[in-house]
Design a protein around this ligand. Sequence first.
Ligand code: G3H
Ligand code: ZN
Length: 330
Amino acid sequence: MSFRDGKQLKETYRRAQSGGYAFMANNVVESNVLLGLLQAYSDASSHLVVQITPGAAKYVGGGDKRAGLRALCRLIHETAEAFPIAVFVNLDHFTVGEMDLIRVAIDERLVSSIMIDASQESFEENVRISREVVGMASGSGILIEAELGKIKGVEDEIASDEALYTDPEEAVEFIRRTGADLLAISIGTQHGVSKGRDIELRIDLAEAIRAELEKNDLDAPLVLHGSSGLLPDQVRDVIRHGVCKLNKDTHYQYAYGRAACSFYLENSEAVLPPEGVEDDVLNLFAGSAWSPDKAVFDPRVVGREIQRQVVVIATELIRQAGSAGSAAAE
Ligand code: G3H
Ligand code: ZN
């Protein structure tokens, strides 16, 4: 299959909701995590949702977010062609400061969905901005996710030192007035390295939000940010109460760092000169009998280790979300 648009993503979430499962939405910023995800999701025959933050676009574009956004999207679109699953791209935590990029993503049909994050603004401003983005995407088929409440912690360029739980009645008014397709809720999760056993997860609130939306005939799947710290039982519970998309970034960042760190610690003698050898990086140790080992320091070697680690993590997360087999069903 390949990169797919918002229409198919809507249908994919609809099936997940009626089937009682969900999708992890996985942040990517480079090809090793992406390739690990593509491998794991293909092995499990699950469709894949990947996401790009403004910071990821900035990093890839060497400071130019627009160039980085286009480059990352094309990398995903092209790479996805070789894998037997649908790959959806979500823009994650795009703010009012990135309206120009949102415009590019819509006009060039680069993505399947976009999260507009105006959760730091007042309720009225949040409604106004989110509604504006819904209007921009109108007719494109691209889904819009908007957030109500505040998630504590740091995610990329968004930081909040307070948590503000989502109010169920406000959620109804918010979805009604914005027309957003997906609702990101705040029920106690945190961005960054958080420990599930320590957070005060309000499953009851997810249930109440879902019930209020349903009572008012509003069909907006719930999204949970800051999901990396959740324990498997907590994942199961939030899915049972209407969460259809769980965002994961920190988990893969750690997988990357852990794999690279272990690899270089185990292979340091092939990369670093031994004691007594002049540290002559510039001339590749021309004056010494010792040479670094290209079979080790070639970045693709550590890259494959990172991919393997991502496969391990992603395989477990697919199991927790219950999305295995979703690609085979089509
Ligand atoms: O938008 C991305 C996610 O909310 C990241 O959450 O820090 O728990 O991985 P995480
Ligand atoms: Zn988030």
